[in-house]
Design a protein around this ligand. Structure first.
Ligand SMILES: [Zn+2]
Length: 308
């Protein structure tokens, strides 16, 4: 018997899972990230999570997989730059290894979600996969024949910042009309606030929209329309076999997918080949599950990666 540990370091939440060799969850924990994002405190919290899971696990520990945000330092095992954490040059794995002698693996957080779906989830039957994560922001990852396409500067598939409405709202990146500024969870919350004058959380917007309540239905419809347009544009560039949608917003399920399809499938009037849109199996948990999957894939010899 063996187990693996996955940790996803987000801007606000530190999520961890303990899984068996088939990636079944044995234990799960979430704690808020230190408000000031102090390196020592955050690394200490990660250490604590790992120790707790290690105590609970039975058999051999295959290792710890980390899903990290921003631009990664593959040489040392850490973060070169993360906007969400406001971290620069933090050697995350060497800091953890001072306290824990375990094999460590890492992957960029969104790509980690893609790894989860491709090797363990909804994308398993497919070869060329475009994975799109929709949550507070929008990001993506391309996995072609089981290889992650990273790009020359590790910045491939930054889908959130393709421009779909040149006269649209300001994006947090400084540009105007990015997909993220129109179709993400935070974009819907912003639009709902402008139209209703009330701060309503994403899940509630979806609930009310499904009941046909105005202006929530219009808000979701507009955002989904832009997402459909963005996905259509991406298909013209990449020609994927399938598009898998994950992230927190994907928790909304099939109903949301139907809304996106309206703005997606109708644009393919000249070709019968329409890559299907599917919901990911892991949704909001994809990054942490992919992280937990890294030591398992290493053992199976299915995925080449650095061991720290
Ligand atoms: Zn942007």
């Amino acid at each position: 018997m063996a187990f693996s540990i996955g940790i996803d370091l987000g801007g606000t939440t530190l999520a961890g899972v303990l899984v068996d060799e088939e990636l079944n969850i044995l234990a799960e924990e979430k704690i808020p990230v230190d408000r000031e994002k102090r390196v020592e405190k955050v690394i200490g919290d990660m250490e604590l999570l790992i120790r707790n899971f290690k105590k609970k696990g039975k058999g051999d520990c295959l290792g710890v997989g980390l899903a990290l945000p921003g631009l990664l330092d593959w040489e040392r095992g850490g973060i070169v730059f993360s906007e969400n954490l406001n971290w620069r040059n933090v050697p995350v794995i060497p800091l953890l290894k001072e306290k824990l002698s375990l094999p460590f693996f890492m992957e960029h957080d969104v790509r980690s979600g893609a790894v989860a779906e491709v090797y363990f989830g909804a994308a398993r039957p497919f070869q060329d996969v475009l994975y799109v994560s929709v949550g507070t922001g929008i990001a993506g990852s391309l996995i072609w024949k089981r290889n992650i396409i990273r790009g020359a500067h590790e910045a491939s598939a930054e889908l959130g910042h393709i421009v779909v409405e040149p006269n649209g709202p300001l994006c947090r990146c400084g540009n105007i009309g990015c997909l993220e500024a129109l179709a993400s969870g935070s974009a819907m919350e912003r639009d709902a606030f402008h139209l209703s004058g009330k701060h309503v959380k994403g899940e509630e917007i979806f609930e009310r929209a499904q009941e046909g309540v105005s202006p929530y239905q219009e808000v979701v419809k507009r955002a989904s329309g832009f997402l459909g347009l963005g996905l259509f544009n991406l298909v013209q560039i990449f020609d994927p076999e399938v598009i898998i949608l994950g992230g927190g917003v994907a928790e909304a399920g099939e109903w949301w997918l139907e809304m996106i399809r309206e703005g997606y499938e109708n644009r393919f009037f000249w070709t019968p080949i329409i890559p299907p849109l599917l919901l990911g199996q892991f949704r909001g948990r994809a990054s942490v599950m992919g992280a937990a999957g890294l030591p398992i894939l290493q053992k199976r010899g299915e995925y080449s990666q650095s061991i720290y």
